[in-house]
Write a protein that binds this ligand. Structure first.
Ligand SMILES: [Zn+2]
Length: 115
């Protein structure tokens, strides 16, 4: 399962970061998910909930998933703007062939720590 390996990678990175800073309890991890990452947020949340107990200090950690918007431009009408969901037809002229500059990355953007 794709999301499980991503959840483990995120926890490994967050765990390394927490140890580096001497944080004993991590309350939440916020991740930014690119539009092309092909991640199912509920599946990722579920996988994270299952894997977090393997990491000391993460037993009660919550995962917050933010969607990273993508920019796009239309070669037909020169529209340029931001997309919050993936599409390939232009929002202005309706023609297909929208050039989408979306990320496929999942990155940790914030961590909340306890004491
Ligand atoms: Zn257009």
């Amino acid at each position: 399962m794709h999301e499980l390996s991503i959840a483990r990678q995120l926890l490994t990175v967050a765990d390394r970061e927490a140890k580096l800073h001497g944080w004993s309890v991590v309350e939440s991890v916020t991740v930014s998910v690119g539009l092309l990452s092909d991640i199912e947020p509920t599946a990722l949340d579920f996988a994270f909930g299952g894997a977090r107990s393997l990491y000391t200090g993460f037993e009660q950690c919550n995962l917050a998933i933010m969607h990273q918007p993508a920019t796009a431009h239309c070669p037909s009408c020169v529209w340029h703007g931001e997309l919050t969901e993936l599409r390939f037809d232009c929002p202005r002229c309706g023609k297909r062939g929208l050039r989408v500059d979306a990320s496929s990355e999942v990155t940790i953007t914030a961590m909340t720590v306890g004491d």
